[in-house]
Design a protein around this ligand. Structure first.
Ligand code: ADP
Length: 622
């Protein structure tokens, strides 16, 4: 561009200089010819008049010399007869001169009986001479005047010099104009071009330099460009900030989230999706088929359904993830075609982009190319892990079923014996006594079951323990041992606590005494129940290095098979159902122990060796 402007201006300037040179040459040549001819014609006429007046040649010569000679040139005149014979010449002796009839101007003047002129080189000097021949009718002579064209040549030389000077100046002007164009016109344009290219490459901080006092159109364009760049930069920055905020939110969400296009290709996945479904070895970026990530065709069908209806669709889907089998509530939500807003009103407002800047940008983009912006934005697929919720629901319904069953069993038994008594068995004292005893046992079991259920639900509902007091754990242990002594005696089981001496150091703890008593009763009762005849139960309490109270109840029973160890703390779980019931168990004792431990920020665990016994450990932060 710059080169073209430069070349064009050079061409115009040089052409005009050359043209004006040529015109000047022509004008000077013309002028010179005319002035020579006028001079020579005047001289010839004067000579003719003087001859008529019979003036002598000397007088004529003197007159001509004073009238027409200049510093540079002298006017020569020759008087020639019509035969061509020279009769006088003011410079050369006429007798020595040859016949002039065939001099072009002389010949023409005689022939036309008027005048003629010619320009030719002098025979003696190598200079151009202008000849003028006038036929003087009154004298019947040809008067020829001649003058060297020195003035003309001198002018020509001067013009040459001037021409060279002009051309030189033209070149200097050209250089100056070139520099001017470069600095004033082209430089801002080049700056503008560079800034535009930088901006198209993503450098939005680029600005065009401002020139002080510059009020040209280019400067206005530069200002407009800078303003536009400023606006674009702030919009881009805000969008980038918003994007990174959104990225942070999406990546810190502990649920997989995907974006898919209408061809079911994943265009975005958050960190959790990667962790849950594909792992770190999966390529960082790229577009992948949805099926290659979730490996479940049910999800594909769900997304297709949402895309086809342009309405949110959801389903409960079980998937095998990298972290095991899980159940998700999968929701596919189509995004709107304008403003990037999710169609359904029940969706997360995170995905709504209707703030001012977005509107501004989308407005601009829409103005520029509406069709480009109105396009399918695809769908968002969210996964809500409901494995625990389902597990809890299952546990709840299992619990209800278990409670119903557990309550029904003794009630059915009681009703059966009552019926039998009514039908006449009451009349037999031995039978009725036995039946009443059974009814009493069943009623007792029912009572125990109900109180265990109530205990459990009370503990579960508690956020933190109430009625906390400081008490001596050793004396509580002794109290429980006394309480369970009868049962132990029946089974010939010895209850042994560490340091069996009469006086023990008090072991002070701060807790709800009743709850700790519940733990001890349940564990020691089990250790007696499931022990062998003449077995032993060891009960200890200590503080570990973390300051926690550790209760241990070890027995010498038959032990618990390994596969049951993890489950015995579940509600109503029994290793041997028949035996538990026979021994009056409710299947809730260990569950109560575990929940009390949890209430005190601790835990309960069991270890066992078949044929040797079991050990139950409870850690409590008391
Ligand atoms: P239960 O009322 O049936 O004793 P628990 O919740 O107290 O209910 O115990 C759950 C099950 O754990 C029992 O049915 C029994 O099979 C097993 N169990 C508990 N304690 C012991 C133990 N000390 N030795 C062997 N098995 C035990």
């Amino acid at each position: 561009m710059l080169k073209r402007i430069y070349a064009l201006i050079s061409l115009i300037l040089l052409t005009s200089v050359i043209l004006s040179g040529i015109i000047a040459f022509k004008v000077i040549e013309e002028f010179n010819g005319n002035s020579n001819e006028t001079k020579l014609k005047s001289a010839a006429n004067l000579i003719s008049v003087e001859l008529q007046e019979h003036k002598s040649y000397e007088e004529i010569t003197k007159l001509i010399s004073t009238t027409f000679n200049s510093d540079n040139a002298t006017l020569r005149f020759t008087i020639i007869e019509t035969s061509g014979k020279v009769i006088y010449d003011n410079e050369v002796n006429a007798s020595t001169m040859e016949n002039h009839l065939y001099r072009a101007e002389v010949k023409a003047a005689i022939q036309t009986k008027s005048f003629a002129h010619a320009i030719r080189n002098s025979t003696t000097q190598n200079i151009k001479i202008y000849y003028y021949a006038l036929y003087s009718k009154s004298n019947d002579l040809v008067i020829r005047t001649a003058m060297p064209m020195v003035d003309y040549l001198k002018s020509l030389n001067e013009i040459w010099i001037q021409f060279v000077i002009i051309v030189t100046f033209a070149f200097i002007a050209l250089v100056i104009i070139g520099a001017f164009i470069t600095n004033v016109v082209a430089k801002p344009l080049i700056d503008l071009k560079k800034a535009a290219i930088a901006m198209s490459d993503g450098d939005y901080s680029r600005r065009v330099a401002r020139r002080f006092g510059d009020k040209t159109e280019i400067s206005e364009v530069s200002n407009a460009f800078n303003k536009m760049a400023q606006q674009l930069q702030s919009v881009v920055y805000e969008l980038a900030e918003k994007n990174s905020r959104l990225d942070t939110i999406l990546n810190t969400m502990e649920n997989p989230i995907l974006a898919v296009d209408s061809s079911l290709s994943v265009t975005f996945m958050n960190k959790f999706t990667r962790e849950e479904f594909v792992g770190d070895s999966f390529p960082e970026s790229g577009i992948f088929p949805l099926i290659s990530i979730v490996r479940n065709s049910e999800i594909e069908r769900l997304v297709q359904r949402a895309a086809a209806s342009q309405k949110a669709a959801n389903a409960q889907i079980s998937l095998v993830t990298r972290k095991g089998s899980k159940t998700f509530r999968v929701m596919a939500v189509p995004m709107s075609k304008e403003n990037g807003q999710i169609l359904d009103s029940n969706q997360n407002e995170l995905f709504s982009n209707n703030n001012q800047n977005q509107t501004m940008l989308s407005g601009n983009v829409r103005d520029m190319e509406h069709s480009e912006f109105v396009r399918d934005l695809g769908l968002i697929v969210t996964f809500q892990d409901i494995t625990q919720i389902i597990k809890l629901q299952q546990m709840r319904s299992d619990f209800v079923a278990n409670v119903t069953h557990e309550l029904k069993t003794p009630l059915t038994s009681i009703r059966g014996f009552v019926d039998t008594l009514r039908q006449g068995a009451i009349k037999n004292p031995d039978v009725s006594e036995r039946f009443l005893e059974i009814i009493d046992v069943e009623a007792e079991r029912l009572h125990k079951l109900i109180s265990d259920i109530l205990s459990l639900s009370e503990i579960e509902d508690l956020k933190e323990e109430s009625e906390v007091s400081i008490f001596d754990l050793n004396s509580l242990m002794d109290e429980v041992i006394v309480l369970l002594d009868d049962e132990a005696v029946i089974k010939h089981v010895s209850l042994i606590t560490a340091g069996d001496e009469e006086f023990k150091e008090p072991f002070l703890v701060k807790a709800n005494r009743y709850r700790i008593k519940q733990i001890l009763i349940n564990l020691i009762e089990n250790a007696i129940k499931y022990n062998i005849d003449h077995g032993k139960v060891y009960i200890t309490a200590s503080r570990n290095e973390n300051g926690e109270v550790v209760l241990r109840v070890r027995d010498t029973g038959n032990g618990i098979p390994k596969e049951h160890l993890n489950r015995i703390f579940e509600r109503f779980y029994r290793v041997d159902k028949g035996r538990s019931k026979e021994l009056g168990g409710t299947g809730l004792g260990l569950s109560i122990v575990k929940h009390i431990a949890m209430l005190y920020g601790g835990n309960a665990s069991a270890s066992s060796t078949l044929g040797q016994g079991s050990e139950f450990t409870v850690n409590l932060k008391i």
